[in-house]
Design a protein around this ligand. Structure first.
Ligand code: E4P
Length: 218
């Protein structure tokens, strides 16, 4: 499974990219606004840090304007993916720009029907939002499982990005469910490394080693 970082913070992206563990980045208007910097500047900077796909979202709601924005944003770098919301207008835009070779990520997917439509429209990626679905009593991981089945049934090349990931357990569960990608907030990414027994085990190895070294000197 590929790991994307779900952030527009270039310090966090640099930190985890340096470990060789970041396959791509997703942003959205909320994440960009948190950085307090110009959209184009931030996105272009991210595309220089990671070689993999970097999603940048359109802000128009009408298909024609989305298409114009998608054409413009896709020129910013070779690894740009244009994020387009899951609306009728959005899918109209995806149908047009995907035929022009522009890579798209259809965002705000909450049902199998929406995922299937986006794949049929030619989306490169679809982003089902797990956490937000769980919040209203839905089954985020179940949605990933069902989308995996449907895309495989019909041989779609569209890749699933498990989005709105809230914790380590989500990452583990979507890996088991066969998601192609998990897009992970930096705070959750940092927790993937951790287990209390790892820390405890390492402490005891270090202590035993120090005692052994000291005993060798006597
Ligand atoms: C996906 O690409 C979105 O940026 C993101 O996962 C949204 O998640 P949230 O529910 O944490 O805002």
């Amino acid at each position: 499974m590929k790991f994307f970082l779900d952030t527009a913070n270039t310090d966090d992206i640099r930190k985890y990219a340096a470990l060789g563990l970041v396959d791509g980045v997703t942003t959205n208007p909320t994440l960009i606004s948190r950085e307090g910097r110009d959209f184009e500047t931030v996105v272009k900077e991210i595309t220089t840090i990671v070689d993999g796909p970097v999603s940048a979202e359109v802000t128009a709601t009408k298909a024609e304007e989305m298409i114009e924005q998608a054409r413009e944003v896709s020129k910013w770098a070779k690894n740009i993916v244009v994020k387009i919301p899951m609306t009728e207008e959005g899918l109209k835009a995806v149908s047009v720009v995907s035929k022009e070779g522009i890579k798209t990520n259809v965002t705000l997917i909450f049902s199998v029907a929406q995922g299937l439509l986006a794949a049929k429209a030619g989306a490169t990626f679809i982003s089902p939002f797990l956490g937000r679905l769980d919040d209203i009593g839905g089954d985020g991981v179940g949605l990933i499982q069902d989308l995996r089945t449907v895309l495989d049934n019909y041989g779609f090349k569209t890749e699933i990005i498990a989005a709105s990931v809230r914790g380590v357990q989500h990452v583990e569960e979507v890996a088991l469910a066969g998601s192609d990608i998990a897009t992970i907030p930096a705070g959750v990414f940092g927790k993937l490394f951790k287990h209390p027994l790892t820390d405890k085990g390492l402490d005891s190895f270090m202590k035993d080693w120090a005692e052994f070294q000291a005993s060798q000197k006597n």
